[in-house]
Design a protein around this ligand. Structure first.
Ligand SMILES: Cc1cc2nc3c(=O)[nH]c(=O)nc-3n(C[C@H](O)[C@H](O)[C@H](O)COP(=O)(O)O)c2cc1C
Length: 204
């Protein structure tokens, strides 16, 4: 089968992408409005970009009416955000924060989540997250215009919070304890409990 993107509607192209690009990590992104109202939403077009300088990226798509989501609206005013990770036990709360609430309503309060003040930036992070990263905006990269177009939000990590509960005896992060979930196509998710290791080829 060959698929020419030009023959697909943006909606169908989106479905194809989310079916194919799996599993996707989930960034639970905290922002704050100019009026100080905290906002929280999940984004799975998310990844790390570089370790030096420490950089992450996520993609905020426009709504079907072409308007930007609250997360991007906030970042345009307060150019900072937190990324909290999502574990299996937080799956329902995370999903609840994806509701399209009015701009003035905070998902933290609406979804009974506790917002913890950040140390170096204004937006809060999610209490109970295994790991949260405080980020300052580095660059916004628009990708297209109108419905389902997107903006890449590139951020520099300025502080990382790691819950002691996911650290080993020497105080180091133990990835085996994170129990993160990943996003699949449709309404699907996966867990990270079924793992295997493959050593990298040795370098010459
Ligand atoms: C697991 C999950 C992943 C999501 N990933 C994205 C994404 O990568 N980009 C995006 O624009 N919306 C994504 N969404 C939808 C947004 O979370 C949703 O539109 C939300 O209402 C945006 O909130 P805001 O208007 O407060 O920014 C995702 C939703 C879920 C449940």
């Amino acid at each position: 089968m060959l698929i020419d993107p030009k023959t697909l509607s943006p909606r169908k192209m989106y479905r194809l992408l989310i079916d194919v690009i799996t599993p996707r990590p989930i960034a639970w992104v905290g922002t704050v409005s100019g009026q100080g109202i905290p906002n929280l939403a999940p984004f799975s077009f998310f990844n790390g970009v570089a370790a030096s300088p420490p950089t992450v990226v996520f993609s905020a798509s426009n709504r079907r009416d072409g308007t930007p989501k609250d997360t991007l609206r906030n970042i345009l005013v307060v150019p900072e955000f937190t990324v909290s990770t999502v574990s299996y036990s937080q799956r329902e709360e995370m999903n609840a924060t994806s509701a399209d609430l009015p701009y003035e309503v905070s998902e933290f309060a609406h979804c009974n989540l506790t917002a913890v003040a950040s140390e170096r930036i204004r937006p809060p992070r999610v209490q109970g997250a295994n790991v949260s990263m405080e980020c300052v905006l580095h660059q916004l990269v628009p990708v297209g215009e109108g419905p389902l177009a997107a903006t890449l939000v590139i951020g520099r990590i300025v502080l990382v919070h790691v819950d002691d509960a996911v650290c080993g005896a020497q105080g180091e992060l133990d990835p085996g304890q994170l129990d993160h979930i990943g996003r699949m196509g449709g309404d699907g998710y996966c867990r990270t409990t079924d793992r295997f290791a493959i050593p990298r080829p040795s370098e010459k």
